[in-house]
Design a protein around this ligand. Structure first.
Ligand code: ADP
Ligand code: MG
Length: 222
């Protein structure tokens, strides 16, 4: 099966505090994510999951090694836009993602910028909003905002969606709804899903599970 994301001996270090050695948040990671698969990344807090996710669409660039998205080197600045269109990311904190004041504008924001025809945006927005409330973001709870951030990324229909503990703020019902949607997009549209979670039940349903520990893959490596 063709791969959509591939890392080669990937390392990443955050700048060190004074008098301290820089800590390798990623210490030589080799992962291959096959197109159309549902992949779960597990690992304790601080194991490097979020750091790894951020390298998948060039939010963070490798200190060493390589990350390729559909063969595109994330370190190549000219490819960054194409890479960001290919890999959509939902983070833990939805406030970072909500930029507009009106929910529907917020959901439509990304695809509009990507030159998708307006009727197509309308359709995608309606579809994405079906599971989402219609209020101004400042009136929304954390869980509701998180759903909107998720809807915004889903509306773009990227080839790959990375969710970094993105359903953490949702109640069990909301979490199940989002998971159902993500599973459906994976099954019906062949969208590759990379889900970072602590939920072993979700991991049990994945095509592949990568387990991170201290910046290294300890199981699931190809
Ligand atoms: P996880 O998502 O698995 O909890 P992270 O990727 O957030 O792990 O963190 C990996 C390591 O990098 C941890 O030791 C964490 O303290 C460190 N780290 C994460 N973000 C930063 C940052 N912005 N500055 C310095 N160190 C960081
Ligand atoms: Mg994290």
């Amino acid at each position: 099966m063709p791969t959509i994301i591939q890392t080669e001996n990937l390392t990443y270090a955050y700048p060190a505090e004074e008098d301290q050695k820089p800590l390798l948040a990623l210490a030589g990671v080799d992962v291959s994510i096959e197109k159309g698969t549902f992949v779960v990344v597990l690992g304790h807090n601080g194991s490097g999951k979020s750091t790894l996710a951020k390298t998948f669409n060039g939010v963070l660039l490798p200190a060493g090694g390589k990350v390729y998205v559909e063969g595109m080197d994330t370190a190549d600045e000219k490819l960054l836009l194409a890479i960001r269109r290919t890999v959509g990311m939902v983070f833990q904190n939805p406030d970072n993602q909500i930029v507009a004041n009106v929910v529907e504008e917020d959901v439509a924001f990304a695809p509009e910028n990507l030159g998708v025809p307006s009727e197509e945006i309308r359709r995608r927005v309606d579809e994405a909003l079906a599971a989402v409330v219609r209020h101004a973001p400042h009136l929304l709870s954390g869980g509701q905002k998180q759903r909107i951030a998720i809807a915004g990324v889903l509306a773009m229909e990227p080839a790959c969606i990375v969710l970094d503990e993105a359903t953490a703020m949702l109640d069990p019902v909301g979490r199940r709804e989002v998971l159902t949607t993500i599973h459906r997009l994976n099954r019906e549209k062949g969208i590759t899903v990379v889900l970072i979670t602590h939920d072993n039940e979700i991991a049990a349903q994945a095509d592949r599970v990568f387990h991170l520990k201290d910046g290294r893959i300890v199981s699931g490596q190809t």
